[in-house]
Design a binder for this molecule. Structure first.
Ligand code: PLP
Length: 424
């Protein structure tokens, strides 16, 4: 059978065996690659060109070797999760369908979303009186949905802003309630977190909003405040499921999936049930938590494949021993990288106050800033990508989410030391 297939041409391979590896096809038959398909040597109307262009748009190198991807999001996913998804892509567990093709109301997908929720509940120990919603629109949509669901237009709310994301949430909420900035780290370029006891909250504030981990500035809350008025609301987009959290301290936790728990397109909201059902009249149906809670996140077509991927990640985190174990690994990675920065005698610098340095996003600059572009370029040659800092702060940023292996950070640190030795 194998030799018979081997003697076939590549598109017949693809037609007969949809699992056929594109690598083999494109690698051994370069004339089949899309760029070559437009070559004047090949007749434009031949079946070979048309079939191949449609069947093999994936570059030959895909799957051959993984790189270390330090992107802030969408970010690296666990290799075993991707492999599992690959093995189930075409025919999910004998259903004869891909998850992408399933009805969101069918028993197969219902089992997927229910398992995802139950694994997330066990990971975070989410109390019964909280709903878990799988939504769309990114964390940015929640910047509006939260005030729309929790406030009347004249209600006051408080914001502690420790970075750009908190600032965006604050600005968006101005359209739907009366937010007050009770602390901002902007004048210090967002490098610290205040002691909450020293802050004055608005009387009657409906909630206090924080961003648990500022992805751009690398500032992370290590303890959470207890608001005197109202509930605590946290954007956990970039440290969601990176460590255990006492969910009962929060009214709402929300997170875009694409950093730590899945692909973009899924937004997770964990909300105390008694907060649901008071949305302003103008609230669009898609932003109304009541609608989504009553319909178990299936009011309309949800991002099914993304939810499935999140489910695989949750399963993997459970298998790793839960979030206590995950946190230990994250601490070890963070320590390795921050120590390398500290021990560089100022060659590399991280501006954030030590006690609130993020274990997820590590921004750093160089004393000789003119070397930064070269650092990023050389790192790519070593198969370490996406190390450029956010355009608003410059320098470098290494995002080392759950799925970044320890070996990735080791490799980065070795590279940093080598680069320093070369340029010191
Ligand atoms: C902390 C934080 N909040 C909100 C967002 C916005 O998320 P989204 O692009 O999913 O709307 C991001 C995106 O990077 C983020 O890091």
């Amino acid at each position: 059978m194998a030799s018979k297939l081997a003697s076939s041409n590549n598109y017949s391979l693809l037609l007969q065996n949809p699992h056929h590896n594109h690598r083999g096809a494109a690698g051994t038959n370069n004339h089949l690659r899309p760029s070559a398909a437009s070559s004047p040597k090949i007749k434009p109307l031949s079946l070979r060109c048309a079939t191949t262009a449609a069947a093999s748009p994936i570059p030959a190198h895909v799957g051959e070797e993984r790189i270390f991807n330090f992107a802030a999001g969408p970010a690296t996913l666990p290799a075993n999760v991707l492999k599992k998804a690959e093995s189930e892509l075409y025919n999910w567990r004998g259903s004869g369908m891909s998850v992408m093709e399933m009805s969101h109301r069918g028993k197969e997908f219902l089992s997927i979303i229910q398992k995802a929720e139950s694994d997330l509940r066990s990971l975070l120990n989410i109390p019964e009186d909280y709903s878990v919603l799988f939504l769309q629109g990114g964390a940015t949509t929640q910047f509006a949905a939260i005030p729309l669901n929790l406030c009347s237009p004249d209600d006051s709310v408080d914001f502690v802003v420790t970075g750009s994301w908190g600032d965006k949430a604050y600005k968006e909420s101005q359209k739907y309630c009366k937010p007050k900035l009770i602390w901002s780290g902007k004048s210090d370029k967002y490098t610290s977190i205040p002691s909450f006891d020293t802050l004055e909250q608005s009387s009657g504030a409906k909630y206090l909003h924080i961003c648990a981990n500022e992805t751009i500035h690398g500032v992370e809350f290590k303890d959470y405040p207890n608001p005197k008025n109202g509930i605590l609301v946290a954007d956990m987009s970039s440290n969601f499921c990176s460590k255990p959290v006492d969910v009962s301290k929060f009214g709402i936790i929300y997170a875009g999936a694409q950093k730590n728990v899945g692909p973009s397109g899924v937004t997770i909201v964990i909300i105390r049930k008694d907060l649901i059902g008071n949305a302003q009249g103008i609230t669009p149906v898609m932003l109304d938590y009541k609608i989504h809670a009553e319909n178990n996140s299936l009011y309309n077509t949800p991002p099914c494949y993304g939810i499935y991927m999140c489910g695989l990640v949750f399963e993997d985190l459970v298998a790793q021993g839960g979030l206590e174990e995950v946190e230990k690994k994250n601490k070890k990675k963070g320590e390795l990288l921050y120590n390398a920065i500290e021990e560089s005698n100022g060659f590399y610098r991280n501006p954030v106050e030590k006690s609130v340095r993020s274990l997820m996003n590590v921004p750093f600059t160089m004393e000789k800033s003119e070397l930064e572009a070269e650092f990023i370029k050389e790192a790519v040659k070593e198969k370490m990508v996406q190390l450029k800092g956010h355009r608003s702060v410059g320098g470098m940023r290494a995002s080392i989410y759950n799925a970044m292996p320890y070996e990735g950070v080791e490799k980065l640190v070795a590279f940093m030391k080598e680069f320093q030795a070369k340029h010191a």
